[in-house]
Design a protein around this ligand. Structure first.
Ligand SMILES: C[S@@+](CC[C@H](N)C(=O)[O-])C[C@H]1O[C@@H](n2cnc3c(N)ncnc32)[C@H](O)[C@@H]1O
Length: 247
């Protein structure tokens, strides 16, 4: 069961439990439902279930607050169009988080400088999940000899990246990283999440030439020892894990 489905089932089970207790209670007393209380009880039950099943702390907080916040939002009587609009904007920006547990956050200029120091001359480089080009743009300025490519599948970041990289990065692709062949690249860079790393490493090993570089920021490949590390030891999120594709 995926992480999304697990959390969804947990919240649904809590709601079902509270409704099955509340319904006979209010029915037998012929009383009107106290929806604020019901929402608070669902939050408490979901929180307890999340704690018992040892979910990460942020999921426990989400479970505690979800039903009460839903109730509070309904009290505001906001037109459903606003919710739809907000959902559309979030989907356009965070499509990767919805489909593959890969959210949008950006590498800074310091990461670009570290990469600039280690990439071979004239290498063909791909940033998979390229965001808005915040890695490729400074890298291109520091290393004009490199052939830089980016692929991004969330519509708004792709568009922002296309506007920012126009005339500077020739190959700014729209598409799914899983459908994009890695064979032409001497170096692949990624800053994604723990979720795709094992599958991505398998894809890289199948498609990239032996000796090519696979570099991941912040998220190591499970079960693989990197050839080297770069970046400050005290800041795991700024660490680069550098792997070489085996022969
Ligand atoms: C953490 S951001 C990294 C952005 C950029 N590489 C950087 O270092 O600044 C990860 C990006 O991967 C994108 N992404 C997630 N799943 C993807 C997929 N299947 N295909 C292409 N891009 C994807 C997300 O939309 C997001 O922009």
């Amino acid at each position: 069961m995926s992480a999304h489905h697990r959390q969804l089932s947990l919240q649904a089970a809590a709601a079902l439990l509270i409704f099955s207790l509340a319904w006979p209670y209010y029915y037998l007393r012929a009383a009107a439902w106290d929806w604020a209380l019901v929402a608070a009880a669902i939050g408490a039950a979901a929180f307890a279930a999340a704690r018992l099943t040892r979910q990460p702390w942020w999921w426990q907080a989400i479970h505690l607050l979800f039903a009460p916040l839903l109730w509070a939002a309904l009290q505001l009587q906001i037109s459903p169009i606003w919710y739809l609009g907000m959902f559309m904007v979030l989907f356009l920006v965070f499509r990767g988080a919805a489909s593959g547990q890969i959210p949008l956050y950006l590498s800074g200029a310091s990461t670009a400088a570290r990469l600039a120091a280690l990439l071979p001359r004239q290498a063909r480089v791909l940033d998979i999940g390229a965001g808005i080009g915040s890695l490729l743009l400074p890298l291109g300025r520091q290393r004009p000899d490199l052939h830089l490519n980016g692929i991004e599948n969330a519509p708004l970041p792709w568009l922002a990246g296309w506007l920012r990289t126009r005339g500077k990065i020739k190959n700014w692709h729209w598409g799914d990283l899983w459908q994009h062949g890695l064979a032409p690249y001497q170096a692949v860079y990624c800053f994604l999440s723990p979720a795709p790393m094992a599958a991505l490493w398998r894809k890289a090993c199948q498609e990239m030439r032996p000796g090519s570089l696979f570099i991941s920021k912040a998220f190591p490949v499970p079960g693989q020892v990197p050839e080297s590390l770069a970046g400050p030891a005290g800041s795991p999120v700024d660490r680069l894990y550098i792997y070489r594709i085996p022969g």
